[in-house]
Write a protein that binds this ligand. Structure first.
Ligand code: FAD
Length: 228
């Protein structure tokens, strides 16, 4: 998998801070942004996060090129609705060469890895035969497995990134989407370290775990609402 931040709001953290200051100021966000020191920006972001006043984070957007994730994971990703996506089309791009993801639990067992590979290669041969026989790509693709790699461009604002990361960095989420959000976090930290730091599992925000099966990172909430 490869995740690259290809575009983002200029000075994303200053923009968030200026927007936040605007609500209680008589001057324009342009002036506020010019006047804010880096330290003041950080303090403002800390205060917004502590107060749960998250709407100013919607002014900072991040666009990622995401390559080489499975269709399993792209399907999970696009369930996050407050974002824009463009995905490589299996109707228009014929998959002469099939790239696919092999989960570690299969890759580490050579006998199962061989069966997995054979099954996928068999399906791919059938796909190629159908294409050669003139069956449209949009129909031949019905045979393709979830393991097939895909490419997307995703634009998400910082508020939704924090929300999605809180769900997808939880160790109860599937390993591949956890990996994806770990990569997203690395990219965001390069240009917006404070926002990047806030991309963390929900238990870090709440101070406890609300999952039925707890990984043990944080104390668990019992049935009566108490943390144990
Ligand atoms: C570990 C895990 C397991 C999952 N398993 C399943 C599963 O088995 N089956 C399944 O179908 N899904 C599953 N999901 C997907 C999950 O149900 C959500 O669809 C997904 O996480 C998107 O998150 P979200 O709903 O918070 O919304 P997002 O789309 O990320 O939106 C962010 C927030 O905006 C608000 N919002 C967005 N749209 C609306 C709206 N239309 N109305 C009101 N408020 C809105 C909500 O407050 C929402 O939390 C799973 C997710 C996780 C993390």
């Amino acid at each position: 998998m490869e995740v690259t931040l290809i575009s983002h709001t200029l000075e994303p953290e200053s923009v968030v801070a200026a927007a936040a200051r605007l609500s209680t100021s008589s001057v324009s966000a342009t002036q506020l942004k010019e006047r804010l020191s880096p330290q003041r920006v950080q303090r403002l972001l800390d205060n917004l996060i502590a107060a749960g006043h998250l709407s100013p984070f919607e002014h900072a957007s991040f666009t990622f090129a995401i390559d080489g994730i499975s269709r399993v994971t792209s399907h999970q990703l696009v369930r996050h609705r407050l974002a824009s996506y463009t995905q490589q089309s299996q109707r228009y791009v014929s998959l002469g060469q099939l790239e696919y993801v092999t989960p570690h639990s299969i890759a580490r067992r050579s006998d199962w890895e061989a069966r997995y590979r054979e099954a996928i290669e068999g399906v791919h041969r059938l796909y190629c035969d159908m294409m050669e026989a003139g069956i449209p790509g949009e129909d031949a693709r019905y045979i393709l497995p979830n393991a097939v790699e895909t490419r997307l461009v995703m634009t998400m604002n910082a508020r939704e990134l924090m929300h999605a990361a809180s769900l997808r960095l939880c160790l109860r989420a599937q390993w591949e989407i956890v990996q994806l959000f770990e990569n997203i976090k690395i990219e965001v930290r390069k240009v917006a370290p404070r926002i990047g730091d806030e991309l963390k599992p929900k238990c870090f925000h709440m101070g406890y775990c609300d999952e039925a099966e707890c990984c043990g990172l944080m104390p668990k909430l019992d049935g009566k609402g108490a943390v144990r």
